[in-house]
Structure formats: C-alpha cells, structure tokens
Design a protein around this ligand. Structure first.
Ligand SMILES: Cc1ncc(COP(=O)(O)O)c(C=O)c1O
Length: 399
C-alpha cells in the first residue's frame, strides 16, 4: 500500500459520527443538521430537464478537455463575473472542466508538485477544507497550516511567513469566501499573494466555490483571475481559480465545476487528467453549459440565504452572538464551553448537529484555531434554521 495513505486524517464527519454515536437525542425533536455544507435549496428545473434531455449522449466517451460550448459558457461567465476584458481568457487555453472543485483541487497537487525537490511545502488556511491536506500528503509534500484568526480578519497572515518558507512553498491553497470562516480576500490581499507567487515561484490554487453566495448584490467577492487581469498579468501565470455549480446552483450531485487560469499549467493538467480518466460525462457537460449561462436562479438562491442569515443572526445576537460572515453560508461561532462538548450536548439535548471547530483545523504550533469554535451551515430550509437557533438558545440557557 501507499504509505502516505496512513498519514491521512479522519474526515470531520467521521469524527462527528463517532462523537455522537450512542447518544439518544429527544425523540420528539426532529433532527436538524447544520453540520454539513450540502446545499438544500432546490436544484434549478431547467438544468435537470436539460440533463434528462441529453442522456442519450452517454453512448459516447466524453472529452477530457470539455466541449467547446461548455468552455465558451464558462469563459463568458468568468469574464462577466470578474470584469475580465473579453478576449483575455481563451476558452481553448485557460479553462478545463472538473468534476466538482473537490476533484480538481485534489488532482492539481498531483500535477504541479515536483517530488524531486526536497522539503516541498503546500500552504493552506487553518481551519480548512480537508481535501487540501490530503492532496498535499498524497503528492509527497508536507502541509503548512496558516492560521486564520480574528486579529487577521480570519485570513492567513502573509507577513508572518518568512522568505525561506515562501521559497519552499510549491503550492498554496486559498479559500475565499472561506469555509468555515466566511472571510473574503480583498483585491489588495490577492494582489500581494500574486506578487509573492511570481517572486518565489509557487502556484496559487484559489478555491472560489462559495463566490456566488454573498449578501450585497452590488459587492460580489473578488476572485483571483480578476485581480490578476487588473494587475496586467494577462498570462494568469501561477494563478488557478476553481469554481463549482454545487453551491452556486444547488447541484452538488451533478459533480460539475471548472479550473481556469495559467495556460501552461492547464496544458499539463489536461495531460494528467487524460491519464487519470476523469472526463466529465457528456450530458453533465451540456447541462452545465446551461447552468453557467443563467443568473436568475443564482440571484434567487442568494435571496434565500440572505433571509436565513438575517433571521438566524437576530435570534442568536444576544446569546451565541456569531459574527456575520462576509460571504458563504457558514457561521463560525465561538462557544462558551469546549467546542466538542458543545456539539455533543447540542445533539444529545436538542437533536441538532454542528461541527466542532477543531475537527476542521490542526495545531499549527501556535495552537489549534478551531478550538472553542463551531461551524454551522445554514443550508436547511428557513424554518429549520430558525428552529435550530431556538434550540441552541435553549442549550445555552442551561450552561
Ligand atoms: C471549501 C470547499 N471547497 C470545495 C468543496 C467541494 O465542492 P464541490 O466538489 O462540490 O465543488 C467544498 C464542499 O463543501 C468546500 O467547502
């Protein structure tokens, strides 16, 4: 067996299942899950209909590069969304479909990391999406955890990293809007990171799968490629952005996303993917083309989250008092008792599951930034999120 497999950490949801195993929550309370970031709003009908209408395409092998129409639709979406001058992004060079960002984020490490170099580091936020860590380990590198703390707006402190450390960095994962913190990287922050990547020669993998869940229609979160284009970095050198239909369009089961950016890396990534055998099925490509071409359902989706955040935050404002995230659909809240105990009691007494913060983070040497935090995903219907908030208040009143 590959020895590196034994270094993989247990997945947060397995830890949660073990934590609550054997607990008997009150039978009269229905279970409400705030633990998983799985969208629960309905998938758009027109995408499902499109998928069904094109099922006959299953009779052909799909192309790994993706159909031209799909790459065109993605390029148009990216250019509009991030105000990138039309023509700068070439659908033939700068875009590849991936089967959800998870798959793409994992695979890119296997493609870009040079195993011949000693001491390769992969930087990632802490807390973080655990795939980054597994991708680094299975590509033969070591993860370096960058704490995301309140005093730094829950973003990695780029100034705290020495030149010697940057030199060892081959790849950095960033996540904006962040899971679980909901922090958004500003254009100056992204510009600084892009400059560091050029100076120290590392690749930025920007996980932007929550970019379409935000509160102010006039202020969408910026993205890596938009900032690169504004800097005049028209080659998008060392910059890769990952997007997905899972959260934007409530299609987590479709397994559809894309990676865009540096043409040279994507040429090699296409080669890697050809061997890996991860072409997106043809009906999925066609349905995804339709999904990227529509914004109406995305605007409606945001409105649903907006309502939930307003009402849930109002209920919790005098008790748990979580900060409103800048974007995304998570609350990252401090707990008055240890996070694991909070999650355990909330399940045992109120039949609500949340994720203990320390299941999403590691001790970086300066402590574990997830300690005494919980992540709550407001994905359930509004009435369930409100009911969960009321039950959290009941638990808090007993502490
Ligand atoms: C930060 C982050 N990145 C990537 C993903 C993967 O999303 P998908 O593979 O569905 O695009 C998730 C899923 O929850 C996530 O939270």
């Amino acid at each position: 067996m590959n020895k590196d497999l034994s270094q993989l950490h247990q997945y947060p949801f397995e830890k949660l299942a073990a934590l609550i195993k054997g607990s008997q929550p009150p039978q009269n309370l229905e279970h409400i899950a705030l633990s998983m970031g799985e969208p629960q709003h309905p998938a758009p009908h027109f995408v499902i209909d499109n998928l069904i209408a094109h099922m006959h395409q299953l009779s052909t092998y799909p192309s790994t590069r993706g159909k031209p129409e799909l790459r065109e639709a993605i390029t148009t979406w990216l250019s509009n969304r991030f105000s990138i001058k039309p023509g700068l992004l070439d659908p033939n060079q700068h875009v590849l479909p991936v089967n959800g960002t998870r798959e793409g984020l994992f695979a890119i490490a296997q493609c870009v990391l040079d195993r011949q170099l000693d001491d390769a580091l992969v930087f990632m936020p802490n807390p973080f999406y655990q795939i980054y860590e597994g991708a680094a380990i299975l590509a033969g590198a070591s993860p370096r955890y960058l704490d995301c703390l309140e005093e730094n707006q829950y973003l990695p402190d780029l100034d705290a990293i020495s030149d010697a450390q940057w030199k060892r960095c081959q790849l950095i994962y960033i996540c904006s809007p962040g899971n679980p913190t909901g922090s958004v990287m500003s254009p100056p922050y992204l510009r600084r990171l892009i400059e560091l990547a050029q100076r120290h020669d590392f690749v930025i993998a920007s996980d932007e799968c929550y970019s379409e869940i935000y509160f102010d229609e006039d202020h969408p979160p910026p993205g890596l490629l938009g900032v690169a284009a504004d800097m005049g970095l028209h080659s998008f050198s060392r910059c890769l952005a990952f997007h997905s239909l899972s959260k934007r369009s409530n299609l987590p089961g479709l397994r559809s996303g894309f990676v865009a950016g540096d043409a040279e890396i994507l040429k090699n990534f296409l080669n890697y993917r050809t061997y890996h055998g991860c072409a997106m099925s043809a009906p999925t490509q066609t349905a995804s083309t339709a999904a990227w071409g529509d914004e109406t359902h995305v605007i409606e989706n945001r409105q649903r989250y907006r309502e939930k955040f307003e009402q849930v935050l109002a209920l919790l404002s005098d008790t748990l008092a979580p900060r409103k995230p800048q974007a995304g659909f998570y609350l990252w809240a401090s707990t008055p008792i240890p996070d694991i105990e909070f999650a355990r009691r909330l399940y045992a007494q109120q039949n609500v599951t949340v994720l203990p913060g320390q299941y999403l983070s590691r001790d970086s040497g300066d402590g574990n930034p997830g300690v005494n935090k919980v992540r709550m995903a407001l994905v359930a219907p509004l009435h369930q999120c409100l009911e969960a908030a009321n039950r959290i208040n009941l638990l808090l009143s007993t502490l």
